[in-house]
Design a protein around this ligand. Structure first.
Ligand SMILES: [Zn+2]
Length: 276
């Protein structure tokens, strides 16, 4: 039923994507990227997340099982991918390291596509972006050669593809950060809209690789987010997935064998697993 998505390679103006540069790029670069985009590229409208429609934007697609990648009978979640041939060997190395990093921490296994229907197509397009969750058929994960080839960015975009939203859109974010709307670039304010996320019992995490930095999308260099209650706490500086990022992933995909005992309780509670 997720097949309303057909668009990435069609000419129809269906896709809305969001362009940001999650963590690593500066504002000018973002604007450049926005301006460079043309009709043949899906339109980015919120951060680096691609969405099908406005109505879908505020719902975590993984509240239904449709956008989760299926679990194999061996308990692993195989996510097929292809990588475009326009990367250098050094860039490929970084991308591969990001893909492989999930194997030691979760039951996610990114694997080269053979003939699977649904897969990630990792390409250098305009900016760093991904759709949230599995969309069906080929879905682009854009890792632009300029600005996106970092370990944290690879992990960030792959977490989107696995079904995760940005930390600052969490339903409980107002308890942890205050959004300073007046400092945000006007047409980027939607990046800070809250989403009814499934938080799976994990705490808000300033060190999540999905958390923007303090001045993301600032129009004046002043903070667009400040932490509550201690304004001096640093956040959005992650260089890789945090333990919470990993726990959420393992909870969402019921990778109980990769959870600690405390997390397993959540795994049982929230996913109603009887057998792990
Ligand atoms: Zn993002």
């Amino acid at each position: 039923h997720y097949f309303k998505w057909t668009v990435l390679y069609s000419n129809q103006p269906i896709a809305q994507i969001k362009q940001e540069s999650p963590i690593s790029e500066d504002l000018n670069e973002n604007i450049d990227l926005m301006e460079k985009m043309n009709k043949s590229t899906p339109e980015l409208t919120e951060g680096d997340i691609a969405v099908d429609s406005d109505s879908e934007r505020n719902a975590d697609p993984c509240t239904s099982s449709g956008c989760r990648w299926p679990k194999s009978s061996d308990g692993k979640v195989y996510v097929p991918y292809v990588i475009a041939n326009h990367y250098s060997s050094r860039e490929l190395q970084i991308i591969q390291r990001g893909l492989d990093s999930f194997s030691s921490m979760s039951c996610i296994r990114f694997k080269r596509r053979s003939n699977e229907r649904d897969y990630l197509s990792i390409e250098s397009r305009n900016g760093c972006y991904s759709y949230v969750g599995r969309r069906g058929n080929a879905q682009t994960v854009s890792l632009a050669r300029s600005g996106c080839i970092y370990h944290k960015t690879v992990q960030h975009e792959l977490l989107h593809a696995l079904g995760f939203n940005h930390e600052q859109t969490r339903s409980d974010r107002d308890n942890h950060i205050r959004v300073v709307w007046e400092n945000i670039v006007e047409n980027m304010k939607h990046n800070f809209n809250k989403i009814a996320t499934l938080n799976q019992g994990t705490p808000y995490d300033y060190n999540s690789v999905m958390q923007y930095h303090r001045t993301a999308f600032s129009k004046n260099g002043k903070p667009t987010m400040v932490p509550i209650p201690n304004n001096n706490v640093s956040f959005g500086q992650a260089t890789q997935m945090s333990q919470n990022d990993i726990n959420r992933l393992n909870t969402l995909y019921k990778c109980c064998e990769y959870l600690t005992s405390h997390d397993t309780i959540y795994c049982l509670q929230f996913n109603k697993i009887l057998v792990c």
